[in-house]
Ligand binder design. Structure first.
Ligand code: BES
Ligand code: ZN
Length: 492
């Protein structure tokens, strides 16, 4: 086992920990991961390295062909059109992919099929997820359309949801204002305005007045996700935003069909390329959630991260490396990181301990005017993934302000990996000043027209370069499996 200090040129420096035996191999003779770069500055860097190599006792690395992992030209093979095509399947052919819904399942099957075609071993890993979902079909007038969400009763598990009806409720919508339901509400659907009183009382009142179901609204611009404490609510109720309520009132006579369904199974898609003959190889895992919130086609959140990750899988498919590669398209993120947590929890300890990094892509394809900075969100500060991202920025000669790494933020699947003490980061475009997400976040307008092809490509390029940095330099990473510590410093 060789031990040497790395020149700062490599970016990652040893912190003097015991070297993981599996992190030794071809990179010992391949000390410059960027040796084949065609860009002039990187060639210059290579020359500098070769010049300094004898002093440092290192050999410059000549790579046999373009398929080796450290070859920066891999980025030239990013196929943005293909990435966009995959994204379109998720967003337009399939549409909103609510946790545990049939559409989420359909998306999983599409992703699995695609990853399998790249040559990976693919598993669809199912897990239980009870999810109650409401939908509204406007029967009259035809031009009216609005979104609904399930009105929830706190503390009541989905499968015991007392208002669950497989049978849709049909009827005219009758305006009950902040409570006073007229007689016509009998057999119909009450439209309720949330005021000072409790939403549960409002719904109970509508039920007493003979309504078969209720539509409740407040002031939320997205969707009104009201929840009530009262368990004595006896009719199904859905929630809408104020715009929808105004449109219903304006239309006068409205006939709708409300349906509340229960889904019970969600799934992750796991693509693996293990290292032949080495069941103990270190693992780098990419992740992206492919589910969306109700009514949102989830182009940016997170068709973009999913399609981007699929492209990374395609690029890495032919790359020879002694690192095990995994690509996890996870379900049920939007309902609380359920898929990624399930994945991490069910991993045998031995496998969990082999994971050296998680690259999570979530919202990497926005066209948002202000979302111009790629944030690298972590929960443990400047971990290896954040460091690798900064090195990638330098290698790609991106301006300083293009990437912010690290930034302290959870709210995506990197959290699940972090909780298992795996160095993890989420890549996401945000406003450099305010950290705001795009205006159509979690909105029905999160669709293809708001996707920025260039932004998507740029993010894939950064994640590719950053992950290559780790995969290529695993020979230089000191990794102490026992203590779950990966400690390196970014140089340069
Ligand atoms: N992609 C979004 C938002 C996000 C990701 C924000 C990473 C910041 C960093 C994600 O799908 C999302 O909407 N997350 C939820 C939380 C989650 C635990 C349900 C959110 O931010 O409200
Ligand atoms: Zn989201």
């Amino acid at each position: 086992m060789r031990s040497h200090r790395l020149p700062p040129l490599f970016g990652l420096q040893s912190a003097g920990l015991a070297r993981h035996p599996n992190l030794l191999h071809h990179c010992d003779t391949m000390t410059n991961p960027w040796a084949l770069s065609r860009s002039a500055p990187l060639r210059a860097a290579r020359v500098a390295l070769i010049a300094s190599a004898p002093v440092l006792g290192l050999q410059a690395c000549e790579l046999p062909d373009a398929s080796v992992p450290c070859d920066l030209t891999l980025a030239e093979r990013i196929d943005t059109e293909r990435t966009m095509d995959n994204l379109r399947v998720l967003v337009e052919d399939i549409g909103p992919r609510v946790a545990a819904s049939p559409e989420e399942r359909e998306a999983a099957e599409f992703i699995a099929q695609e990853l399998e075609s790249y040559g990976y071993e693919v598993e669809i890993q199912e897990f239980p997820r009870d999810q109650v979902v409401a939908s509204a079909e406007v029967l009259e007038p035809a031009e009216l359309d609005f979104d609904v969400a399930v009105g929830r009763i706190r503390e009541v598990p989905a499968q015991e949801y007392p208002l669950l009806r497989q049978e849709p409720v049909r009827g005219p919508v009758v305006d009950c204002g902040e409570g006073g339901c007229p007689d016509e509400v009998q057999g119909g659907i009450a439209l309720l305005t949330q005021g000072e009183g409790s939403p549960g009382e409002l719904v109970a009142h509508a039920a007493e007045a003979g309504a078969e179901a209720a539509i409740l609204h407040g002031d939320d611009w997205r969707r009104h996700r009201a929840a009530v404490d009262e368990e004595e609510v006896t009719i199904p109720f859905v929630t809408v935003n104020r715009d929808a309520a105004d449109a219903i009132r304006e239309a006068g006579t409205v006939e709708v069909e409300l349906e509340i369904e229960l889904f019970d199974t969600s799934q992750n898609v796991i693509a693996t390329r293990s290292v032949e003959g080495n069941p103990e190889a270190p693992i780098v895992i990419f992740s992206a959630h492919y589910d969306s919130v109700e009514k949102s086609p989830g182009a940016s959140d997170n068709g973009s991260g999913t399609a981007g990750m699929m492209e990374l899988a395609r690029l890495y498919a032919d790359v020879e490396t002694d690192v095990e590669l995994r690509f996890a398209a996870v379900g049920s993120e939007e309902v609380g990181l359920v898929g990624s947590r399930y994945y991490v929890e069910q991993l045998p300890e031995e496998e969990r301990d082999r994971i050296v990094a998680n690259f999570n892509t979530d919202m990497i394809g926005t066209a948002g005017e202000d979302q111009t900075q790629l944030y690298v969100n972590t929960l443990d500060g400047d971990n290896v993934v954040a460091q690798a991202a900064r090195i990638a920025r330098d290698r790609l000669e991106l301006p300083e302000e293009r990437i912010r790494a690290p930034y302290d933020r959870g709210a995506s699947d990197h959290v699940a990996f972090y909780e298992a003490e795996i160095p993890a980061a989420n890549f996401i475009w945000r406003d450099p000043e305010t950290a705001d997400l795009e205006p159509w976040y979690h909105h029905p307008h999160d669709r293809m027209e708001n996707i920025g092809e260039d932004r998507l490509r740029a993010a894939v390029e950064v994640v590719l370069a950053a992950s290559q940095q780790l995969i290529c330099q695993e020979g230089e990473l000191r990794h102490e499996i026992e203590g779950r510590v990966v400690e390196v410093e970014a140089g340069g």
